[in-house]
Design a protein around this ligand. Structure first.
Ligand SMILES: Nc1ncnc2c1ncn2[C@@H]1O[C@H](COP(=O)(O)OP(=O)(O)OP(=O)(O)O)[C@@H](O)[C@H]1O
Ligand SMILES: [Mg+2]
Length: 250
């Protein structure tokens, strides 16, 4: 077994040259008896930014959690970089290069910014250095000695994203990163996403703020009742915007 296979338990791991980074097929997910996802199908190619849109409760967060193996039970298929991961343990998923930024952000309130940045293990080569992080997030440099509790919502969000970039993740699953943030911070986050795309990152963005997501995305998937019901490419967006708005109820 090669080293990565040992770390991940994925014995048939190969560094896939094909364009597909993530393929979710007929995914069902359950919390206890509650059947939440009812056959989710979508794929994300390497270097793409796609959105998961939908009304509240559509199943977008559950889809990201399912990819991380953080829900009760799943059936179907989740291929990450060419590897079936349905039976891969939760703590091993990040080692496949997946970084997950949950709605609740998950930073350490009692630690300062720099301590938070030094904590994440490097699970793959190519993780960003502290200097790289400060270049991408100048606010975090200014606040590097501030405790997590003292950060603004926007600073906390940037710290949460910076932490996953430290790990070497190449596929980022970002859940509602703009929620509750001031427009100027939302704009700064948009600039960060553009830079991450330029670095070749693959990004799945769960977003309510469609105006934020629209100019960044290559494609949009719309979820409803635990399924993907529509796919709209950036090129199709101008002619299908009204249709999309009606699906989203905005
Ligand atoms: N831990 C849980 N146990 C049981 N049901 C849950 C749990 N988490 C979510 N659900 C239910 O699963 C459905 C999908 O929730 P999910 O969080 O995926 O929605 P969402 O699309 O992210 O929407 P939003 O973030 O706006 O609430 C909802 O009906 C929700 O009530
Ligand atoms: Mg959600």
């Amino acid at each position: 077994m090669n080293q990565l296979a040992e770390q991940t338990g994925v014995t048939h791991y190969r560094d896939h040259d094909g364009a597909e980074m993530l393929r979710v097929s007929d995914l069902h997910a359950f919390y206890g008896e509650s059947h939440i996802l009812h056959g989710v199908d979508f794929e994300v190619r390497r270097g793409e930014l796609v959105t998961l849109l939908g009304r509240n409760g559509a199943g977008r967060s559950t889809t990201l959690k399912s990819i991380m193996n953080m829900v009760g039970r799943r059936t179907g298929s989740i291929m990450i970089n060419g590897n079936e991961t349905l039976d891969v343990k939760p703590h091993r998923i990040p080692r496949l290069g997946v970084g997950y930024c949950p709605e609740e952000r998950g930073i350490f309130a009692s630690l300062d910014v720099e301590e938070n940045l030094l904590l994440p293990p490097t699970v793959r080569s190519g993780g960003m250095s502290i200097d790289d992080i400060y270049a991408m997030f100048p606010n975090l440099y200014e606040r590097r000695r501030s405790q997590g509790t003292r950060l603004s919502g926007g600073e906390q969000q940037m710290l949460a994203m910076a932490r996953i970039l430290r790990t070497g993740a190449r596929l980022l699953l970002l859940d509602e990163i703009t929620e509750g943030l001031a427009p100027v911070i939302v704009q700064a986050l948009g600039e960060v996403l553009v830079k991450l795309k330029e670095r070749g990152m693959t990004i799945v963005l769960v977003e309510q703020n469609f105006r934020f997501a629209a100019p960044l995305a290559d494609r949009h998937y719309v979820m409803e009742h635990g399924r993907i019901i529509e796919e709209i490419s950036a090129a199709e967006l101008p002619s299908r915007r009204e249709h999309l708005h009606s699906l989203l109820g905005v």
